[in-house]
Design a protein around this ligand. Sequence first.
Ligand SMILES: Cc1ncc(COP(=O)(O)O)c(C=O)c1O
Length: 384
Amino acid sequence: MSNGPSDSKGFETRAIHSGRDFVGDTGTVTPPVWLTSTFEYGNPNGFDYTRSGNPNFRLLDRTIASLEGAAHATSFGSGVSAITAVVSTLKSGDVVLAEENIYGCTFRLFAQVFAKFGVEVRYVDFTDQASLEKVAEHAPTIVWIESPTNPNLKIIDIAAVADVTHAADASLVVDNTFASSFLQRPVELGADLSLISLTKYTNGHSDALVGSVCTNSDEWHEKMTLAQKALGLQPSPMDCWLTLRGAKTEAIRMERHSSNALAFATFVEDETDAVTVRYPFLPSHPQYELAKHQMAGGSGIVTVDFGRSLDDTIKMVSALSLFPRAESLGGIESLVCHPASMTHAAVPKETREAVGITDSLVRFSVGIETVGDLIEDVRHALQA
Ligand SMILES: Cc1ncc(COP(=O)(O)O)c(C=O)c1O
């Protein structure tokens, strides 16, 4: 059984050639799907029951760990399951110091589930240097950030937050979903955990849900393995297979997502009456220099405030024909989301608006279609 290509190989090579174990003597070039709930006792690879491990999980874990530049990866049934796994390691009285603009379902999980177990979450703006200086004062167990954030695309200095987190004797979790492993590797920048919804860019085809937690720490890896089986957070073998297949084309997809999104954002900024256009690789982005330093591309999300009323914003979004209105992002097809009524509907209006998620904010997940067609679609919807 080989461990796939060594880490000295390039991202694309590792994405394509990792995960070819367990092929036995069949000569198969792609792995099968191991649709089994249980395994015969005493097998050489130590599998016992799919809730605590399956060859499809293991192939995916090895590939994702390699792509993230981490020693370990553990897969879960979704990004939210991965978040649940990490937060389940906390106990009553522990403090999570979180970025104020985090994914709505992470916020909901903290507020509506883990608060009941005595886990306290405090929110700060991690683009503000003063927040970094005060991390230790909160005595956090975990510091939780996303970069880029959902949906405002704030870019947070992962290495700087890692330094202050470690000085406070805490662990840094970075949700890397919006960036993808191809464009940004938090563990290499000093994060203890890189958490990814593989549902998005890694799978890339909007047909499976999987999450992953990557780390260099053996202790964190053990905690994640325990959470996977003890809480029943495991993914399905089929979804792991689909995600592993998606990972093989992640690099070329991310290049196209990034170039399309930059062209799209430039058009909206230069040729429409949008009030604000957020895209990490636009020079007008407040953390443009940091984004260029920390990420290999701007990724595929563009967030625009068209400054229109709630009704007009919803009308405009409905007039798009190449951007179905749907939750999620990161697939090859473009999608549009109106956070106030969709992903962040669970966040109270005052809390939303305080972090810039207004009723007129629109989040585009720019796919890999012909970019001129996407631009024409928006031009037309704005006129309509
Ligand atoms: C930043 C971020 N983290 C985590 C998740 C959750 O992932 P999943 O939908 O796979 O549970 C999402 C989903 O949109 C997300 O945007």
